[in-house]
Design a protein around this ligand. Sequence first.
Ligand SMILES: Cc1cc2nc3c(=O)[nH]c(=O)nc-3n(C[C@H](O)[C@H](O)[C@H](O)COP(=O)(O)OP(=O)(O)OC[C@H]3O[C@@H](n4cnc5c(N)ncnc54)[C@H](O)[C@@H]3O)c2cc1C
Length: 518
Amino acid sequence: MKRTQQIENIKANSEWDVIVIGGGATGLGVALDSATRNYKTLLLEGTDFAKGTSSRSTKLVHGGVRYLAQGDVALVLEALRERGLLRKNAPHLVKNQSFIIPNYNWWGKPFYTIGLTLYDLMAGHLGLGRSLPYSKKRTIKKLPAIKEKGLRGGVVYHDGQFDDARLAVNLAQSVIDNGGTAVNHFKVTDLIKENDSVTGVKAVDLLSGENHTLYAKAVINATGVFADEIFQMDEAGGRRKVVPSQGIHLVVDHEFLGGDYAIMIPKTDDGRVLFAVPWRGKVVIGTTDTLINEASLEPKPLQEEIDFVLNTATRYLKKPIKQSDVRSIFAGLRPLAAPKSDGKKTKEISRSHKIIVSKSGLITITGGKWTTYRKMAQDTVDKAAQHCGLGKVSCKTGKLQIHGYMKNINLNDPLYVYGSEGENIRNLVAENPGLEEKLHERLEFIKAEVVFACQNEMAMTLDDMLARRVRALFLDARAAEEMAPEVARLMAEELGKDEKWIQEQVEEFSEIVKHYYL
Ligand SMILES: Cc1cc2nc3c(=O)[nH]c(=O)nc-3n(C[C@H](O)[C@H](O)[C@H](O)COP(=O)(O)OP(=O)(O)OC[C@H]3O[C@@H](n4cnc5c(N)ncnc54)[C@H](O)[C@@H]3O)c2cc1C
């Protein structure tokens, strides 16, 4: 996946069937669906693939036990099906994760065993394993760090767990593998309209500064919490439609959890679900739900959110988590439907996605979850075909293997997330053994991954590299900061950049990293 090649495609083609704005889970899914239907497809991402909410999830591929409790059966059925398909189509990235709901009262065990058995039944042949009640002894064995006082037992169930930004990179590669064009750092600045209909976009290549005018039969707005910026280009002065709600996660060392099982707290003080999930050698704990005024690419966790997660987790763990134990902290934004008039309350856009066809023909897809990105894309491209004069072609992604597809992966191999591409990283090491060196003693990443990401994964900035190709920023922010100068130097060698570029990148990254530690 070379950016220069993608830019050449864009220069050689000003007319497309489908232009997708936004390269998060939603936009990438739409572009992949569209490309595999043989529509001439272009995806434009303003910063980097998954720079927005899509690198900041809880990393679960799940049916949503919470939505089952709320009675949203249709959503859970859809998500469970998509969970199963994604595990089949990207087995290198989605693993089976066991969760335990710890019970501290008499009714918890029977109640959750019944509910989760229903969850299993709903997954049908795409299930990941049976839910079972556990004795207190077995619960402690699987969750060595759980608070034992008052514990009566637990209920185990299964969901998927994944690396969100790595899946985004693999989806971008899949778009290109299937004949589409996808590029990062390429921002849409305006819509082109003829006779009140949207016929294309104006966009700028942020790395070269070049402006482009591009036409398409269908323009799809998949910009998540930034959807209003595109709505404004369509209809200046129109009502605000989306307001963001923030969810934060804290990342701590694995010892705070102990084993390989995750904890799920079904009801926190504010009525939400709290997860503590092992992820790439650390534990991700979250999340919150806080209304925020402005959408931002670097949302900032609030002190009250941090306190809430620390206090709630500490209630269930033997060893209290202190602020100084937190290796990284990250926030993501979910879209809420803005109130139609002042004084009214915001309302969460249903977790089942919503497709809006504007008068101009602009198609916007919002809401949904990472887990259901494929189905969201299918529905969006169906809608585009219906409204924008694309020939009718059926969806092909149900059984489409994602780039890097590999079965029987070894979870103990730190390169497992690359799937079939792991071999190419090992080949780089064979050619130059120095590339096997770790980038930081506290993290598993090696130099060869940096070289590989420059050559094959369109990593253009230090932030692209340390946040979303190797996940250092999300796992240990100070380690990411410490390794930054060396990684910038390695990147400069690969990308043909000079000393000034290295300095600029390190400075820009040091501004970003500040939001990730306490
Ligand atoms: C705290 C939290 C936890 C979550 N956990 C889970 C989970 O565990 N499992 C799950 O299934 N789902 C989860 N979700 C939901 C999931 O993360 C989101 O549904 C999904 O990431 C949304 O993707 P998106 O592509 O719509 O938005 P985004 O990822 O935000 O992508 C929008 C993209 O548009 C780009 N963009 C904006 N303006 C322009 C422009 N003018 N030109 C070009 N590009 C532009 C942005 O740079 C951005 O990359 C979670 C959400 C939150 C907030």
